[in-house]
Design a protein around this ligand. Structure first.
Ligand SMILES: Nc1nc2c(ncn2[C@@H]2O[C@H](COP(=O)(O)OP(=O)(O)OP(=O)(O)O)[C@@H](O)[C@H]2O)c(=O)[nH]1
Length: 294
């Protein structure tokens, strides 16, 4: 069999996390319409007859404006130094631009990795547009494979898995047990689901200012209930007000949305308590970044 690591790269919002979840078959990475949602290198595991593919979902590459941005770019670079295959993602419905060319050039720094071009979101573009995008991407470099996919409509996902596994090194055994879907802990996944719920409907700089940590989790003995105590950090007092909303309405909606997702994940009822706190300018503060896990 073959087994190894692949990482999808591309500008923020091109659909890397959605593709990871679709391939893994379970939601392991949160997604949103806001760019730069992904902040961690999340591993998703795909088991196929030909082998095991470990997908390392990374933040989108961009020009950093904060210390957090710099750390995220560094995380992408160190991840790419280790993977067997890099999948360069470009959406079918947007022309290849300077941001894509910049990332493509960066790929030269990782000579060990095989390179695959992936045209994403083909459900959102005409056949002709997809064809043109395939041609445009082919001109960027000599790819080991070029594959158009739709994660949302599940088009060509098995073709992509087959191509990717074919490029992995041969190995005696799988890297993870064949029933594993991720190496993220339950606590980390829960914090991310709360962040995802909080991202819905917020605008401008606020999405970037949100961070979530879990203070405590306890399974009740007397009932089928998991109690979760979480902190939701923002950077300024004014943002705290927006997150909480009039009479706490926004925060309760966030709690409801997150609880639904968490109950699916843990398979029991959930009591969720979210405290909103201000960690002033945490994105630029090395100490606070450390405490929030970056
Ligand atoms: N129509 C369509 N939309 C998609 C597809 N894949 C992703 N999207 C949408 O594109 C947006 C961004 O998706 P993500 O998966 O969060 O993108 P990402 O590249 O991981 O983004 P970052 O975390 O910002 O790097 C979301 O609104 C998705 O619903 C697809 O196959 N088709």
């Amino acid at each position: 069999m073959r087994s190894g690591f692949v990482s999808f790269v591309g500008r923020p919002n091109v659909g890397k996390s959605t593709l990871t979840n679709a391939l893994v078959g379970e939601k392991i990475a949160i997604t949103s319409a806001k760019p730069q949602t992904t902040r961690r290198a999340i591993r998703g595991i795909v088991n196929a007859p030909a082998g095991q593919l470990v997908i390392v979902d990374t933040p989108g590459m961009h020009r950093p404006r904060t210390l957090l941005g710099e750390r995220l770019n560094a995380l992408v670079e160190s991840t790419l130094g280790d993977v067997d295959v890099v999948g360069f993602c470009v959406p079918a419905d947007e022309r290849i631009g300077p941001g894509d060319r910049f990332i493509n050039q960066q790929l030269d720094s990782f000579p060990r990795a095989k390179k695959v071009a992936i045209v994403t979101k083909i459900d959102d573009a005409s056949k002709q547009a997809v064809g043109e995008q395939l041609l445009a991407i082919s001109q960027l470099r000599d790819w080991d494979a070029v594959v158009p996919v739709s994660a949302v409509d599940r088009i060509q996902l098995d073709v992509l898995v087959e191509e990717l596994i074919g490029l992995l090194p041969e190995s005696e055994q799988a890297l993870y047990p064949d029933d594993a879907v991720t190496d993220e802990s339950e606590e980390e996944r829960i914090a991310e689901l709360i962040r995802e719920a909080a991202l819905e409907g917020v605008r401008d700089e606020l999405p970037h200012s949100i961070a979530v940590t879990i203070d405590d989790m306890q399974r009740r003995d007397d009932r089928d209930l998991l109690e979760i105590y979480a902190n939701l950090f923002v950077e300024r007092d004014s943002q705290k007000g927006i997150i909480i909303g009039p009479g706490g309405s926004r925060l309760s909606a966030v709690g409801r949305r997150a609880r639904g997702e968490i109950e699916q994940l843990v398979g029991s009822q959930v009591y969720l308590d979210i405290r909103v706190k201000v960690a002033k300018d945490w994105q630029r503060d090395p100490k606070q970044l450390g405490r929030l896990g970056f």
